[in-house]
Write a protein that binds this ligand. Structure first.
Ligand code: GLN
Length: 537
């Protein structure tokens, strides 16, 4: 396919938040990739945190980590899961990081005595960040999702920046605006007024949307489409219906049915003859909708009141379950409510248990109780990061008879620190962006569940932690039934522990969930689901 010069697609949202801009951006990206184009998606977040790494998951949902160690918005997870492309530091921009760059430059004297202002200095920095991805020359399309809702004070500099970019690039840039068409049951009607107002707000900032994607619970009639087109000043074919879908993975097909990709190519003057290759995606959807079996898996965590806190884990279950023709029912188990007295009752009948990542000591004893139960009852266990560390502590306390065993994170004065702070973390006091982050190498022992899953000795996985297995206890664990089967070849850090004398007991210091995607479900999740299926039999 002939390469085209990079095109920029800006996605804004109106009327209300949570309309699913991220899924629409990812679905559009998927359709363009399926036509053979090279696509990346970027998220601009209008908050003042430098990144979401310091935010409580209840504020923001999961913090997603890129291979190059950026702590980012969870929408980047959607982009990777849909596009099967890695995102990077450059794919998530926050107001905090924009201001930080501008203020650092000001302190260095780079502005040569000028007054530093939102326009042009902040907007110029936003424009530079948007163009970084296009300037690599790697992409035909850069899709930029602007967080928040138009009309928000915080969003204004972003809206102004993308207005300027379009003015500079003319036909190489395009605006998609996502809105809500509410249904008033009393009137029995879909209402277009909020959308009209939202477009008006955009127009006040000098932006005329080219395409409207309309979230709706009821199909848009011809009449409604005509009305939206006329009053919002867009072509009728550019009014795209976005009905609520059973699964987020159906949305690319819904967008294709509405010709979103074709309308975009036409508006960007791209003559496109390529077919959309969605065979594998369709195959995935067929399997997703026609499972042959099901398993019940417990997810033990302390942020379970907001399911988005464990977004990537839930999606990884969907990918691997589908791969194995199996529906994975998740039972959400609050770690803080899991005591000695109710652990049997809470976990009874589960075919597998995943103990989630986390920070701090709240809920940790519940996690340890859960692990004891699954270890003693031969139920498949998957521990991720803190989940793995809890498995190490549980084994020490109940098998190695070390009653004081703990992580130094939970008890800095413990005499039996089976999980210790990493050497290079000891003098770190700043909280933001200072963990061990991103992809590192790991070498696997051949005789392990993990090797059987990966079928490869050398793997790379993403990390986000400050504490590690204490290698002082390495020999004790290995000779007592918990094996360290994956290690970082450069510094010997223990990456994977397993109990070979158990149907499936694997704890990983890294985060496999970040790199599972629709077309490449993660090998460890595949293997865990297989073990759950066997457990059910
Ligand atoms: N709190 C633990 C650490 O920092 C685990 C982190 C995690 O689960 N991501 O090492």
């Amino acid at each position: 396919m002939n390469r085209i010069s990079t095109k920029y697609i800006f996605v804004t949202g109106g009327v209300t938040s949570s309309l699913g801009k991220g899924i629409i951006a990812a679905s559009l990206g998927k359709l363009l990739i399926s036509r053979g184009y090279k696509v990346t998606i970027q998220k601009l977040d209008p908050y003042i945190n430098i990144d979401p790494g310091t935010m409580n998951p209840y504020e923001h949902g999961e913090c997603y980590v890129t291979y190059d160690g950026a702590e980012t918005d969870l929408d980047l997870g959607h982009y990777e899961r849909f596009l099967a492309n890695k995102t990077s530091q450059a794919n998530n921009v926050t107001t905090g990081s924009i201001y930080q760059t501008v203020i650092d430059k000001e302190r260095k004297g780079d502005y040569l005595g000028k007054t530093v202002q939102i326009i042009p200095h902040i907007t110029d920095e936003i424009k530079r960040r948007i163009k970084i991805l296009g300037d690599t020359g790697e992409f035909d399309f850069v899709i930029t999702e602007i967080g928040g809702t138009v009309g928000d004070i915080e969003s204004l500099p972003y809206i102004e920046a993308v207005r300027q970019i379009k003015w500079e690039m003319q036909s190489s840039a395009i605006y998609i605006h996502l809105t809500l068409i509410p249904y008033l049951s009393a009137a029995g009607e879909l209402k277009t007024k909020p959308t009209q107002h939202s477009v008006k707000t955009l127009l006040e900032s000098g932006i005329q949307p080219d395409i409207l994607v309309c979230r709706t619970e009821h199909p848009l009639t011809e009449n409604i489409r005509q009305k939206i087109a006329l009053f919002c000043n867009v072509e009728k074919e550019a009014v795209i219906e976005s009905m609520d879908a059973k699964s987020i993975y159906e949305v690319p097909l819904l967008m294709q049915k509405e010709n979103l990709d074709k309308v975009i190519l036409k508006k960007l003057n791209i003559k496109d003859t390529a077919d959309v290759q969605l065979d594998k995606w369709n195959n995935f959807l067929f399997k997703l909708n026609n499972p042959k079996k099901e398993v019940n898996v417990g997810l033990v965590g302390k942020y379970i009141k907001l399911k988005d806190s464990y977004k990537s884990i839930c999606e990884a279950f969907i990918h691997s379950g589908t791969e194995k023709d199996c529906k994975v029912n998740i039972k959400w188990i609050h770690a803080e409510e899991l005591g000695d007295e109710n652990v049997n009752e809470s976990l009874k009948g589960l075919n597998g248990v995943l103990v989630a990542p986390g920070f701090g000591d709240r809920g940790i004893e519940g996690k340890i109780n859960a692990i004891r139960y699954v270890r003693e009852n031969n139920i498949p266990f998957f521990g991720i990061c803190l989940g793995m560390q809890c498995a190490v502590i549980e084994f020490a306390r109940n098998v190695l008879k070390m009653p004081e065993a703990n992580s130094k994170e939970m008890n800095p004065n413990t005499d039996q620190p089976v999980i210790d702070i990493m050497e290079d973390q000891k003098n770190v006091s700043n909280k933001g962006g200072t963990m061990r982050l991103g992809e590192y190498n790991c070498t696997l022992e051949k005789n392990s569940y993990s090797f059987a899953a990966y079928k490869n000795i050398n793997i790379q996985e993403r990390h986000r932690h400050r504490y590690e297995f204490n290698n002082k206890y390495f020999d004790l664990y290995n000779s007592s039934g918990m094996h360290c089967v994956g290690k970082n070849p450069e510094n010997n850090l223990v990456e994977i522990i397993e109990i070979p004398n158990h149907p499936w007991f694997v704890g990983v210091q890294f985060h496999p969930e970040y790199s599972s995607n629709v077309l490449n479900p993660h090998p460890l999740f595949n293997s865990f689901i297989e073990a759950c299926i066997i457990n059910k039999k």
